[in-house]
Design a protein around this ligand. Structure first.
Ligand code: ATP
Ligand code: MG
Length: 252
């Protein structure tokens, strides 16, 4: 069995992985405490340092409560940190005012939730377009949404409402929604957590396609062994710390 010390050495090499593009995410000494300085204090992230290059596909694993979702929601500009720095495409986000944070999120990040969160009353196509609603939906947006749904293999399902779709189809709609803003980064928190392995496989295949064909950088929390097979790197978080970080030389 490989020791933590050995695998941590790989972490340093990963930051300069030649196969990929420029640095797109950089995390420096990131801490997140809940109920700070009270008897109930929980330290969810303990000085995380982490670099991601553009085009990487990273699987994040770790026991329940180890800090995976906390990390992803901070990266997704949806939750604050306690201290440390987070750079998204060169911009430091931890001190950013809310308005600018929303703008950065809109331009740079697509988020895929475990619980999917589609609106039941509207079609798959309208669900994909939803993030653009505050900005006014243009004809070109509609065309793009249709193109994404085609890539996701949902051409014949786009006018159906979520209740008429399978779990895997719904999650693929949610991935299209995460991609509608053309973000360079997609964060996915257990995107196949509620799906059986067959439907989960379809969802993972879509993520792989998006990464390979569109060069989108993907960070996905998942324990699905299939995902680990085709991700370029896998990271283990244990008790708020990165305890393994290794490149996958056998990426399929
Ligand atoms: N809003 C919150 N208030 C208080 N504690 C929280 C909050 N969110 C998370 N925590 C705590 O922070 C720690 C990390 O939680 P997190 O949700 O990041 O874990 P996780 O690795 O995603 O776990 P799981 O695999 O179960 O989803 C846990 O101890 C959790 O109880
Ligand atoms: Mg979680």
């Amino acid at each position: 069995m490989t020791s933590i010390e050995e695998t941590k050495t790989v972490e340093i090499e990963t930051g300069s992985n030649q196969e990929f593009g420029d640095l797109i995410i950089e995390i420096k000494d990131l801490w997140r405490k809940f109920f700070e300085d009270t008897p109930a204090e929980v330290v969810a992230l303990k000085g995380v340092n982490f670099k991601v290059n553009s085009g990487e596909f990273i699987t994040i694993m770790g026991p329940s409560g180890s800090g995976k979702s906390t990390l992803l929601t901070i990266l997704g500009c949806m939750a604050p940190s306690t201290s440390g720095q987070v750079f998204i495409d060169g911009t430091e986000i931890t001190q950013m005012p809310q308005r600018k944070l929303s703008e950065l999120r809109k331009n740079k990040i697509g988020f895929v939730f475990q619980d999917i969160f589609l609106i039941d009353k509207i079609s798959a196509l309208d669900n994909v377009l939803l993030p653009l609603l505050p900005y006014g939906i243009k004809k070109s947006d509609r065309e793009r949404a249709i193109e994404l749904l085609k890539i996701a293999g949902l051409e014949d399902r786009m006018h159906h409402k979520p209740a008429e779709l399978s779990g895997g189809q719904k999650q693929r709609v949610a991935i299209c929604r995460a991609l509608i803003n053309n973000p360079p980064i997609v964060l996915a928190d257990e995107p196949t957590g509620n799906l059986d392995s067959q439907t989960g496989g379809e969802v993972l295949e879509l993520l792989r396609k998006v990464n390979k064909e569109k060069g989108v950088t993907i960070l996905a929390v998942s324990h699905d062994p299939k995902l680990a097979e085709f991700s370029s790197r896998d990271v283990m978080i244990t008790d708020g710390e990165i305890t393994r970080d290794r490149i996958n030389p056998f990426r399929t």
